[in-house]
Design a protein. Structure first.
Length: 98
């Protein structure tokens, strides 16, 4: 797994777009800090099957971000200085940019 923190951020934004199996695997691996072997044993599948599921979920999450860019936009919004009307205009500009 590449950058686990980034992957978990992507999961928080796009997780509902994954399959139930992918969501549960990511939650077990990152949320419960279970090893691939532990997850495989719990589910009665091979360690490789769990690795394959995580790899596919990671690929899907990155594709969603590349196409939609919500995580990038959320980050930009969080970094804005809050001052009345200009804040509103800045948020609108961020959301409208492609």
């Amino acid at each position: 797994m590449e950058d686990n923190f980034l992957l978990y951020q992507l999961f928080s934004v796009y997780g509902e777009l994954l399959t139930q199996n992918q969501r549960e695997t990511i939650e077990d691996y990152f949320g419960l800090d279970l090893s691939l072997g532990e997850i495989a044993e719990m589910r009665g599948v091979s360690r490789q099957a769990i690795k394959y599921t995580l790899d596919n979920a990671e690929k899907a999450l990155k594709e969603y971000e590349n196409k939609l860019g919500f995580l990038k936009k959320l980050s930009q919004i969080k970094n804005l200085e809050c001052n009345d009307n200009s804040f509103k205009q800045s948020v609108i500009k961020i959301l409208e940019d492609r």
